[in-house]
Design a binder for this molecule. Structure first.
Ligand code: MLT
Length: 264
């Protein structure tokens, strides 16, 4: 199933090992958020980290929807002749992962859900996103980056690791305005994935920072309760951006789970 409008994405590819692990970034971030995973997990698996359309180095090319993002990722798998992979998504990347599950579930060897949620936007969130559309249209990505950075990073990181705070702010501040607006529209329009959770029959790992205030641990527990083969790992002292905030802990959890997934 394709929407007939896939675009050629920029992506990092490193390492070897089957099944490959695809890592999908969040909003308004890009594939460089996975730098420590590409470096640290490549000894354990073939890592593929794309920039979703309109973000990072991928073309700013609508239309924008979770289905388009999902089909773009499948076009990378096709180009690399990868039949099945573990599909991993962080936050908005998790929303893309659920769209892939709806449209291309035969491509999954497993699922990794990182600081994300299955539910759709509330009316309140949609209203906030409409304000963000107006903000970036008027003033560019910088003010949005300033607004997002506090919620994105945990209290511990904000107090003790200013370099990570600045790296996240810089990444968001360079996102193209049209790509940001496209992502906001895609998130506002996404459906509730809760009804599909019970159909996710592949091994699934859910990871969340215990200081995540954007997609708090209770969202992860709700997903774990409904996904038949889901494990849940909490990362202490990390907020929403757990893979960047605590890369060693995050990578160790994924390596352990991948090892068990391969032996099943
Ligand atoms: C993200 O990190 O991708 C965003 O916080 C997701 C969202 O705004 O729902």
């Amino acid at each position: 199933m394709s929407n007939g409008s896939t675009v050629r994405l920029a992506f990092d590819e490193q390492g070897s090992g089957d099944p490959p692990l695809v890592l999908l970034h969040g909003f308004p971030l890009d594939r460089t958020m996975w730098h420590a995973q590409v470096a640290g997990l490549a000894g354990h698996a073939r890592i593929i980290a794309p920039d979703l359309r309109g973000l990072g180095a991928s073309p700013v090319h609508g239309p924008w929807s979770m289905d388009h993002y999902a089909d773009d990722v499948v076009s990378i798998l096709d180009a690399l002749r990868i039949e099945r992979a573990v599909i991993g998504g962080f936050s908005m990347g998790g929303y893309v992962t659920f769209a892939m599950w709806r449209r291309h579930r035969d491509r999954f060897a497993g699922m990794l859900l990182v600081d994300t949620r299955a539910t759709a936007d509330t009316d309140e969130t949609r209203a906030k996103r409409r304000e963000q559309v107006a903000l970036v249209r008027e003033r560019g990505a910088g003010p949005l980056a300033d607004q997002q950075v506090t919620g994105l990073l945990g209290k511990t990181t904000r107090e003790r690791n200013p370099a990570i705070v600045e790296a996240a702010r810089t990444m968001m501040g360079r996102a193209p305005v049209d790509g940001i607006v496209g992502a906001l529209e895609a998130m506002m329009a996404r459906p509730d994935s809760t009804p599909e959770l019970g159909t996710i029959t592949v091994p699934t790992l859910i990871v969340v920072g215990d200081e995540d205030v954007i997609t708090p641990p209770k969202e992860s527990r709700a997903m774990q309760a409904q996904i038949p083969r889901a494990e849940l790992a909490l990362i202490g002292g990390a907020g929403h951006l757990a893979p960047m905030e605590k890369p060693a802990a995050f990578n160790a959890i994924v390596v352990d789970w991948l090892g068990r997934l391969r032996s099943t």
